[in-house]
Design a protein around this ligand. Structure first.
Ligand SMILES: [Zn+2]
Length: 132
């Protein structure tokens, strides 16, 4: 009965440190486990850039839901790594429906009194100053 209650690490996680397998060369041997290492922030930033390109391409192909998945993934990554989305990405992603907006495809863009106004096909309107 040494084996604890049939609990086993799923294969896709088995190379990660877990509660049951303390890290072998730990400088803190008392630690029972550690949180799996996060990918570094610059790798996350790179992935976000790539997701922006993918989201844009998806919209060009009319795959709006696919672009939403990319935008959501990018937002999640940014949140987890405490990064902000690049300004252009943030402006192009709809706050309401998460779609990546491409003028002439799924967003109307106009200007009024020093502001850019973007009206998404979902009906959401975003306004921000020219300078951004
Ligand atoms: Zn929208």
């Amino acid at each position: 009965m040494n084996q604890r209650s049939g609990w086993r690490v799923p294969d896709h996680l088995s190379d990660r440190p877990t509660r049951l397998t303390p890290p072998p060369e730990s400088d803190n041997p008392g630690a029972r486990f550690r949180v799996p290492e996060q990918m570094s922030a610059d790798i996350a930033a790179e992935r976000i850039e790539r997701l922006a390109a993918l989201a844009e391409a998806a919209v060009a192909e009319g795959e709006f839901d696919r672009s939403r998945e990319y935008v959501r993934l990018a937002r999640r990554l940014a949140e987890r790594h405490r990064l902000s989305l690049p300004r252009s990405f943030d402006r192009a992603a709809c706050d309401r429906c998460d779609v990546y907006q491409r003028p002439g495809v799924n967003v109307r863009v106009r200007t009024q009194r020093g502001r850019v106004i973007r009206r998404c096909d979902c009906g959401a309107t975003a306004r921000y100053p020219y300078s951004d």
